[in-house]
Design a protein around this ligand. Structure first.
Ligand SMILES: C[S@@+](CC[C@H](N)C(=O)[O-])C[C@H]1O[C@@H](n2cnc3c(N)ncnc32)[C@H](O)[C@@H]1O
Length: 360
């Protein structure tokens, strides 16, 4: 017990440094995040293909010199820009990921992290009143699929496509369903690789309009859309391949027969999800808390991130799959996922790709 008089003359018996170190990291990192976010908002990196002084930059962008000069120094310390003399210029990384005209622009990822902060700000409210109710369709449509698109373009998409494209069944495939395909980037990539392939991206109606925008952006040929709810609606028939990647139904037993009957005999079911082993605990407590800050109206979430009520464990899902399919290959997450996690929805978190062939 600290006595009133003591606190003025005796330093605390237990150092506050561990607490201060933690708060220091939080304080600094949040502000550095805001610097990068603000820099993207004013399109700073679009102006830094060539060396420019802070004075020139502030005139070009039309913003205050003093604050901009300091922001440039911070971005320099963070390694996002270089300095020669008194002038600044993009690094190679910034030219690729932080310029608004780059196909690998990552602004949507920052926006998604900020959306997450907004949810986290309501933690006390959730503790007192329960999870925030959101419509599942709105959850995906409002920026999430754009963030996921930008994230997977940093490596996961290319690695996943390579894994799938090596299958002889892919080379011969003519009809592919990208179930819960969102942005549709996998379908766009697949149809570029296989000129005989027609792909169908199935998703909620209000997500499909964004899928169509990606199809236009990449001038994709032979990529079509189907809007609906995959739990309730018909998903079509006669597919050579069904890709099912990061979807609420990913471990749901009821969808397995539905998917199987939509495939041709010998067709491939390719599922990429975070499967939990029987009795497995949390993979990340922080993400489990984030997962339960909101509740979907419709499908009920489980206690661990990416888990839903009624989901099967990895072992039980494999057993179920084997009734309809022969398992051709299982690929571990480190062969396709990113090494760095963003501590948010979208992290691969030990996901696997299971490639299964429909039994005769
Ligand atoms: C996490 S995103 C994955 C997008 C993409 N497949 C990928 O791997 O990057 C999940 C997608 O599934 C869609 N989705 C979720 N539930 C659905 C449902 N019941 N019916 C149709 N689409 C659904 C979402 O709208 C979203 O586009």
């Amino acid at each position: 017990m600290v006595m009133d008089n003591d606190i003025f003359f005796n330093e605390p018996s237990i150092s506050a440094e561990p607490l201060r170190n933690f708060l220091s990291d939080c304080s600094r990192k949040f502000k550095e995040f805001c610097i990068l976010d603000g820099a993207l908002d004013i399109k700073l990196f679009d102006h830094l293909d060539n060396l420019k002084s802070a004075d020139e930059l502030s005139r070009e962008i039309g913003t205050d010199y003093v604050i901009l000069k300091n922001i440039c120094e911070i971005l320099l310390n963070l390694g996002f820009i270089k300095k020669e003399g008194e002038s600044f210029k993009n690094t190679e990384l910034s030219s690729l990921y932080l310029k608004s005209d780059s196909l690998l622009y990552q602004k949507e990822v920052l926006k998604n992290i900020k959306n997450g902060f907004e949810l986290w700000r309501r933690l006390t409210n959730v503790l007192e009143n329960g999870p925030i109710k959101v419509l599942e369709e709105d959850f995906f449509q409002d920026n999430l699929i754009h963030s996921l698109a930008s994230e997977i373009l940093c490596g996961e998409l290319q690695k996943t496509v390579k894994i799938i494209a090596e299958f002889p069944e892919f080379k011969k495939a003519e009809k592919l369903l990208d179930l819960g395909g969102g942005h549709g980037l996998y379908s766009i990539a697949f149809t570029r690789l296989n000129k005989n392939l027609k792909a169908y991206v199935f998703d909620f109606p209000n997500v499909i309009k964004d899928t169509e925008a990606y199809i236009r952006k990449f001038k994709a040929e032979r990529v079509n859309v189907i809007s609906g709810n995959l739990f309730k609606d018909d998903i079509g028939k006669g597919y050579d391949i069904i890709l099912f990647s990061y979807n609420p139904g990913g471990k749901n037993p009821n969808l397995v027969p539905k998917i199987c009957s939509s495939l041709k005999e010998g067709g491939l079911f390719i599922t990429k999800h975070a499967f939990y082993h029987r009795e497995e605990g949390s993979r990340d407590y922080l993400l489990d808390v984030e997962w339960n800050l909101s509740a979907f109206e419709g499908v009920h979430k489980g206690s661990k991130i990416y888990n839903f009520a009624g989901d099967l464990s990895y072992e039980d899902y494999l057993d179920l799959l084997e009734r309809y399919f022969s398992i051709e290959k299982i690929v571990e997450g480190d062969e396709f996922g990113s090494y760095s996690y963003l501590s948010k929805f979208g992290d691969t978190l030990g996901s696997k790709i299971i490639i299964a062939k429909k039994k005769p």
